[in-house]
Design a protein around this ligand. Structure first.
Ligand SMILES: Cc1ncc(COP(=O)(O)O)c(C=O)c1O
Length: 305
């Protein structure tokens, strides 16, 4: 597919002070593409390849009203000429015109809205099944791009980092939602991997080990639960100030839901001497910037970049 910046660049974090004894790099998957950014492309690339090769009639997937995954799937399917359908959680009248769903619709995705209860029980909800029945031969990709082939695409992040650095980084930090991105990196990387959970979901470790078909997380791989700011898409004034200051200092945009919490966590961990002196850290920027337009739609003026 054209217009994708793959491999994505690895940038030294500009905020570092002279004499710092930890070197910090940012794997800029936010620069892969404006809408198919970050981990979305990594997760979709192999499932979509399979779908184009196996004769499926199209793609059906799920997401919330501001979902990065919905937008990315719509734009990727448009570029690959795959018909696609989004089953969206919630009331159409409240969200149909928001920036994320407008982008998905412009990309050619057909949107169907289901109530929250049907969405939660999507495996057997009649409202969801009725929609799927309208599209025979379509392959289903789960919410957030969770898919057995997603891990393969994500693990390529590590081969790219290996090409750019003389020595493998001692630490990698990654934002965690469903845990699929963490799982893909975990498979390919044996250093210290720290997932920053952006949800108040203590069970995500179990979901990751299930995805990897192992009994427990590998030694040195762990999830931090102290940086969710109250839960999914919750934030504080401090987090928003941090995002603006961080952008001013580094030139790197973050999103409220995932990557602001990731970089904030890095700052806090660093201040508490979490990292070994002399070590190197890669922070995985998983994109998601399109979601800020949705946040500003709900809370005008919240993010000023
Ligand atoms: C921008 C961004 N970063 C991180 C994540 C978390 O990824 P995962 O669900 O694979 O844990 C997501 C959601 O999928 C996302 O949209």
């Amino acid at each position: 597919m054209k217009m994708l910046q793959i491999p994505s660049p690895l940038h030294r974090l500009k905020l570092e002070q002279k004499g710092d004894d930890i070197s910090t790099w940012v794997k800029r998957d936010d620069l892969i593409h404006q809408q198919i950014s970050g981990n979305k492309w990594r997760k979709l690339v192999y499932p979509l390849k399979e779908i184009t090769n196996d004769g499926s009639a199209g793609v059906i997937t799920y997401g919330g009203a501001f979902s990065n995954h919905i937008v990315a799937t719509a734009i990727a399917c448009q570029a690959l000429r795959i018909p696609c359908v989004g089953i969206i959680r919630g009331d159409e009248s409240l969200s149909a015109a928001n920036p994320s769903l407008s982008a998905a619709r412009e990309g050619g995705m057909k949107l169907h809205f289901v109530d929250r209860d049907s969405y939660r029980h999507k495996q057997d909800a009649p409202a969801v099944q009725n929609i799927i029945d309208q599209y025979p031969g379509y392959a289903v990709i789960a919410e957030g791009g969770r898919h057995r082939l997603a891990l393969r695409g994500v693990s390529e992040i590590i081969s790219e980092v290996d090409t750019d650095l003389v020595r493998r980084p001692d630490y990698i930090l990654v934002a965690v939602g469903t845990g699929t991105t963490f799982a893909g990196i975990s498979q390919a990387y044996s250093g210290t991997l720290i997932g920053i959970n952006v949800l108040k979901n203590k069970g995500v470790e179990q979901e990751i080990v299930a995805l990897l078909e192992i009994d427990q997380l590998p030694v040195g791989h762990s999830i931090q639960h102290d940086f969710h700011f109250g839960g999914y898409a919750k934030y504080s004034a401090e987090l928003i100030t941090f995002m603006h200051d961080f952008y001013q200092g580094s030139g790197i945009k973050t999103d409220v839901v995932y990557t602001a919490k990731l970089f904030y966590a890095y700052q806090e961990l660093r201040q508490s001497d979490f990292f070994q002196p002399g070590s190197s850290v890669v922070i995985y920027h998983s994109g998601g910037i399109q979601g800020n337009a949705g946040m500003n739609h709900r809370f005008p003026g919240l993010i000023r970049f």
